[in-house]
Design a protein around this ligand. Sequence first.
Ligand code: AMP
Length: 482
Amino acid sequence: MLFSELGLRAEILRSLSEQGYDTPTPIQQQAIPEVLAGHDLMAAAQTGTGKTAGFTLPMLQLLSTRNSGLSMAKFQTRALILTPTRELAAQVYESVRTYGQHLNLRAAAIYGGVSMVPQTKLLRSGVEIIVATPGRLLDHVAQRNVDLSNIEMVVLDEADRMLDMGFLPDIKKVMKVLPEKRQTLMYSATFSDEIRQLAKQFLNDPRQVAVASANSTADTVAQAVYTVDRNKKRDLLVKLIEDNQWHQVLVFTRTKHGANALAEKLDKGGIRAAAIHGNKSQGARTKALADFKSLKLHVLVATDIAARGIDIDQLPHVVNYELPNVPEDYVHRIGRTGRAGATGEAVSLVCVDEFKLLRDIERLLKRQLEKRMVEGFEPDPNAKPQPIENGRRSQGQGHSFGGGGNRDARPPRQGQSEARKPQGDNRSRGEGRSNAARNAASHGNKPQPNGGGARRSGPPRQGAAGAGRGDGQQRSGGFRQR
Ligand code: AMP
C-alpha cells in the first residue's frame, strides 16, 4: 500500500515524499482510514512504529478540508495533542510542522520549563493545532490565553505514560473544557485496564487498532548483553565506542547524578558527550539534543524520562549503561533505535547487581538476550551483588531508595528457558509514583522506602528495585511538567 492510496490530499503527500516516505507503516495503514472516517480511536502502538504520523496526517487532512464554520478572522484552536513530556511535545510539533508545511494551518508547542510569554503571545494570536503537556496547557487555560471550546479533535499520545506520570487529574481538567462533540484518539503502548478505563471515560465507541505486541522489541534492533563488573562499565563503554567507531550513541543511566558523572568523564576522556535529565533546564536539554542530532556530540547520556520522545532518524546505537528498574522501560529505551524499519543495535552493560533485572527483562521479552564478554573485562565470578543505587527523589528527601536488585543474583545463563507468561501489566512503569509506592498499589502493600527487597522473603516483585528516578517536579504524588 502507498500513502497515495489513503485519500490524503496532494499537499500532505508532497510533504511525505519530501521526507522520503511513500509507504505507510502498519499503524498508519490501520489508523489513518479510521480517523479519516471520523471514528474515535484506541491505538496500541509504541514509539518507533510511526504512530505520530498515524494521527498527525489524518488530523491535518480533516482540519484542512473540513469547513470549521468558524470565522477566519482569527485562527481558532481546533485540534489538541496532549503528550506526557516536553521532548515528546516538541517532537510531535515538529511532525505537525513537517507534514503540514504545505498547508495553511498554524500550530504551537506548549510545554513547561520555558517562559510562558512567547507561548501566550502565540496562543493569543490564534493557532489551530496545539501540542501540549497537560500542566502548562492548564496554566494557559487558567489565564484565558487559549480557548478550547472549538476543539474538534483531541489526541492523547502515550496515554499510558501520562497515567504513569500522574497526569490523570490534569487530563480530566483539560477534557472538561473541551466540547462533548469531538473526535478523540488515544495512543498507548498497551491497553491496560487503566487505559481501557480512560477510554471508557473519554472516547465514544472507539475503533481499536494495534500493531506488534506492546512488549515486543523491534525486530530490526540487534540486542546483546555484555556482562562486566560494575566498576569497569565506563572503560568498557569507552572501548566499545572507540573500537566500533560508534559516532552517535544514546546511553541510559538510572540516575541524574549517574548521567552527569558519566557524561563528564566521557567528555574529559575525549568522547564528546552531554547529559540530559529532568534537572537540566529546557534550554540545556534542547541544545544537547540538537548537538547530538547534528553529531557535534557523539554520546548523549539520558535518564528514562528525559529520553522520552527523542526521535532521531536511524539512531544507530543505544546503550543501557545500567538496566532500568522496570522491564517495560527496557523496551522503551531500545525503541530509540531501529525506528520505522531502520536497523539499530542496543547493548546493555550488566553487572552482578542487575542479574535479577535482566531476568525480568528477558521474561517480558519471552526470550534470552545474547550474552557477550570482552577480553580484559570478564566479570569476577566471585563478585558479590550490591544494592542498586536509584537516585534521590527530586525534592531532596535525604534518603535514597534501593535494594531489590540483589535478591536473585544468579548469573544469566544462555539458552535457559525462563519463558513464563509475562504479567502483561504496565502498572509499574512510570515516574509519577515511586516504584515502592507503585508496587504497594499493585500488591496491596505499604510503600517501603528501602525497596524492602533484600529483607523480603516472598517472591520477587516486578520492578521492585526502588524508587525515585524522579526526573520531574513532584506534586501531589505525581510528577508534572509544566
Ligand atoms: P514515531 O513512532 O511516530 O515516533 O515515528 C518513528 C520514526 O519513523 C520517525 O522518525 C518518523 O519520521 C519515521 N516514520 C514515520 N512514518 C514513516 C513511514 N511511513 N516510513 C518511514 N519512516 C516513517
